[in-house]
Design a protein around this ligand. Structure first.
Ligand code: ADP
Ligand code: ASP
Ligand code: MG
Length: 471
């Protein structure tokens, strides 16, 4: 069997869902299981619904839920006959009644608990998965809904819960093989799950990719396909560099590093289950299904450049902390990281020299409040509005002159580097620049390292889509 995950823009309206149905129909011989995100924009809409409810603006919150209802109804009537559309509308209204009850509770409280916030966000995938099942059946792809909230088991942490592999596998094994045996395509909402005690949880924003990988690993899928709105993983974010080129093959480690440093095309945790079971992952474009995408596998063939791709992560702040010279460095670092952990801050990159450290963390000006606490450890310099740029490539390992090549390009562009780190895996070089310089930095690096005639990605157009399917 294979797992096929379709993101928000792949199921954003009836046209997109029809396209998905025909892509899935083309894979029926491989026994696909389909994971869908909420329709494009719906999860963001639900965040706004929560905010309105927290401000006790119940009317506004309900109006926004109505907008979400309309979006699903509109798509349904374009794909279903009137009896099917009526049946779907009944289901939709029952779900939305649950959402409205939750919103009413939040508005009465004036604030949402972390659990209520997660619960409200799950309605996007609950609704889209039911719409997609109805559409598939109407369009001739026999399918059955499987409720991910009953099948993916996590701990009870909000808003980002962690999956419990054994319990999840048991539940999936009880439910999915029998659907596949009946030649039905199981359709599940991504992103959503439940704790062992039955509390609704989510895997964090962008988590549908992760759902697909969790399911793929649990059911030992032959391949996991991530269908999105770009033709694979590109050499950088195409919104920054329209000339970004498709990467035909990339290693698990390179793709994970890119995802961790901001390449939104994959959720950072996605590849962990796939790595563990050595399941190839393909990234493909649902808007252009005939275009070859990217295949992610344990070992990928080397491209023409030492670098595979560039990622950028914005909204970063740097704390530079200098302890007095008599302080023992291990003690200082222990105290520093305990304090960050206490505030649930994860260090993105760290540079250490004796009893001085620079730590880049995700977050903006609001983190200034930590300065006074950090001052207990030494002198503190707080720098908000930064960005991390991460250059990734297995071929970087052990290469001489890589750093000077990168920093030479930035120096020539007049860009000041605030902090530098080489990943412990040695497959990446990361550095911090001011956020205002991030776009220019990526564009300069991309132009010099990927767009020069000597660095054409010759492999970029070689693989036909069916080749990826067989990989
Ligand atoms: P989906 O809704 O299908 O999950 P996302 O919006 O989460 O899609 O991810 C796809 C987007 O990721 C692309 O539209 C692109 O703008 C962005 N992106 C960032 N970095 C990269 C990259 N290196 N390669 C491809 N896409 C990237
Ligand atoms: N719908 C969720 C989000 O927008 C999960 C996903 O799309 O992967 O974050
Ligand atoms: Mg995504």
């Amino acid at each position: 069997m294979i797992v096929m995950k379709f993101g928000g823009s792949s199921v954003q309206d009836a046209v997109a869902i029809r396209r998905v149905a025909s892509i899935v129909a083309s894979r029926l011989a491989e026994q696909p299981l389909v994971v869908v995100s909420a329709m494009g924009g719906v999860t963001d809409g639900l965040v706004q619904v929560t905010e309105a409810a927290e401000q006790s603006e119940l009317g506004l919150a309900c109006e926004m839920l109505d907008g979400i209802r309309e979006k699903h109804i509109l798509a349904s009537v374009e794909m279903l006959n009137s009896a099917e559309a009526t049946a779907f509308a009944l289901k939709l209204d029952a779900r939305l009644a649950e959402a409205t009850a939750l919103v009413t509770e939040i508005a009465a409280q004036g604030s949402a608990t972390a659990g209520q916030r997660s619960h409200l966000l799950t309605f996007g995938e609950v609704l889209s998965s039911e719409l997609v099942v109805a559409a598939f059946n109407a369009l001739g792809v026999p399918s059955a809904h499987a409720d991910a909230r009953k099948l993916i088991v996590t701990n009870a942490r909000h808003p980002v819960a962690s999956p419990l592999a054994t319990a999840t596998r048991e539940k999936l094994m009880q439910a999915i093989p029998e659907l596949l045996e009946q030649n039905l395509v199981p359709v599940l909402g991504g992103f959503i799950a439940s704790s062992e005690s039955g509390e609704v949880t989510t895997l964090g924003r962008g988590g549908s990719d992760y759902s697909a990988a969790i399911i793929g690993a649990a059911l030992m899928a032959g391949r996991i396909e991530i269908w999105t709105d770009v033709s694979g993983i590109l050499t950088t974010d195409p919104r920054i560099c329209p000339n970004a080129q498709r990467i035909a093959e990339i290693s698990f480690h390179e793709a994970t590093e890119l995802a961790c440093f901001g390449a939104k095309v994959l959720h950072p945790a996605t590849l962990l289950p796939a790595i563990e079971h050595d399941i190839p992952v393909a990234v493909l474009n649902s808007h252009k299904p005939n275009e070859a995408g990217t295949i992610i596998r344990a070992i990928a063939s080397q491209g023409p450049s030492s670098f595979r791709a560039i990622a950028v992560k914005r909204n970063i702040s740097v704390f530079n902390v200098h302890a007095p010279s008599h302080v023992e460095s291990l003690r200082f670092l222990d105290d520093l990281f305990s304090l960050l952990r206490w505030h649930h801050l994860q260090s993105e990159i760290v540079a250490i020299s004796g009893a001085s450290a620079s730590v880049a963390v995700e977050g903006g000006r609001e983190l200034v409040k930590l300065t006074s606490e950090l001052e207990a450890l030494g002198e503190v310099d707080f720098q908000p509005e930064m960005a991390i740029i991460c250059m990734v490539g297995e071929d970087i390992r052990g290469r001489v002159g890589i750093a000077s090549e990168v920093f030479g390009i930035l120096a020539a562009a007049g860009i000041n580097i605030r902090m530098i780190a080489q990943g412990s895996s040695e497959i990446s070089v990361s550095f911090v620049v001011e956020e205002k310089d991030a776009v220019k930095s990526v564009q300069q690096l991309h132009r010099q390292l990927f767009e020069q005639p000597s660095v054409t990605h010759s492999h970029a157009t070689s693989a036909a889509p069916h080749k990826i399917a067989q990989a």
